[in-house]
Design a protein around this ligand. Sequence first.
Ligand SMILES: [Zn+2]
Length: 122
Amino acid sequence: MVCGKKILVKSFNVPETVALAFNGWNKKYKALHDDWVSDKIIHRDSGQALKDDLSEINLEGITLSQDLTKERETYFLLFNDNALGEVTVPDLCPYCGIKLVLSGRQRVMCCPDCRIAFELEA
Ligand SMILES: [Zn+2]
């Protein structure tokens, strides 16, 4: 797997329903991220939603990655707040518990079953 390239979903051969679901999710994720980076205390909930492995936005992103993988190998890169040197990568997948594997030119730890990934560096 080679990681690090941004690929537009519309270049995939995915059903329109999956593409629309992805676009809707992407808008919600971007809104949360923009809210979080605004760095105002009232936006703490947005940061929590991004950081929580079990938040609705992350679980929806994982499901979409699993759907997209049917057409093209896709991983969901879990949010990792590295602005304060808080990059933490677990040894085990937080969803299924198997050992994460190194991939993507040794920059990403991933779970091939759940389709999630952690970036090792910023
Ligand atoms: Zn897993």
